[in-house]
Write a protein that binds this ligand. Structure first.
Ligand SMILES: [Zn+2]
Length: 217
């Protein structure tokens, strides 16, 4: 940030007005174990929903429900067939990181402590605490390349150093719930509505002008 301040003070000020937990990985909440920095997830959800966004709300909700119903089950089925204890996406990530640490110099200090030298940087890794001072492991729940160097040095299993969130077991738990089918509307049970029934639609108030469809950036 100091370097940025010298190059462009306005950029520095602009960033500092946004809470740092929203744009810098080191400040992310470590409990969520997600280091995703972009809004790609909401973008891809928008794309997945596509033209449905312009349909009446009941049609939209019900179609999303149907899609989620099949998708949840499909994922559960796919996950059931995995043979590794870690999900394939994370296995792929770990495999690509394994290529990177070959140039590192790893020194074992005893116990669970390591010092890893990567060019002119050095890192302290404590395998027993699942910690490297680059903080990537702590934030993401996946061993960083320094930790992978130490785990490999110790000939231990990398998968056993990944957070449970990335395990097949937790994946199956996440997709093991079922979204139940709903019968046709004419088979729905009747309910008596009072005037103040919270299940009734709220009064419709239209704002003047055409409804906005463009996203707000
Ligand atoms: Zn590290």
């Amino acid at each position: 940030m100091d370097a940025m301040k010298i190059i462009n003070t306005a950029a520095y000020n602009w960033l500092m007005e946004i809470p740092v937990t929203q744009w810098s990985r080191h400040a992310f909440d470590p409990r969520v174990k997600n280091d995703s920095l972009t809004n790609n997830m909401s973008e891809s959800f928008n794309q997945w929903v596509g033209e449905l966004r312009f349909k009446p709300v009941l049609t939209m909700i019900d179609t999303i429900r149907c899609r989620l119903m099949s998708r949840t089950h499909k994922r559960y089925q796919t996950g059931s067939g995995w043979t590794n204890e870690i999900t394939p996406a994370i296995m792929g990530k770990l495999d690509s990181m394994k290529q990177k640490f070959r140039t590192y110099h790893t020194m074992f200090a005893g116990g669970d402590e390591y010092e890893v030298i990567d060019g002119n940087r050095r890192h302290v890794v404590r395998l027993g605490r699942w910690d490297c001072d680059c903080r990537a492991w702590y934030i993401s729940g996946i061993p960083c390349k320094h930790a992978i160097a130490c785990i490999t040095f110790q000939r231990a299993n990398i998968a056993s150093y990944c957070h449970d969130y990335f395990s097949k077991t937790v994946y199956l738990q996440a997709y093991g719930g079922r979204i139940h089918p709903i019968p046709a509307e004419n088979r729905w049970p009747e309910f008596a509505h009072s005037e103040y029934d919270p299940m009734m639609l709220p009064p419709l108030r239209r704002l003047p002008g055409r409804p906005k469809i463009n996203r707000r950036r």
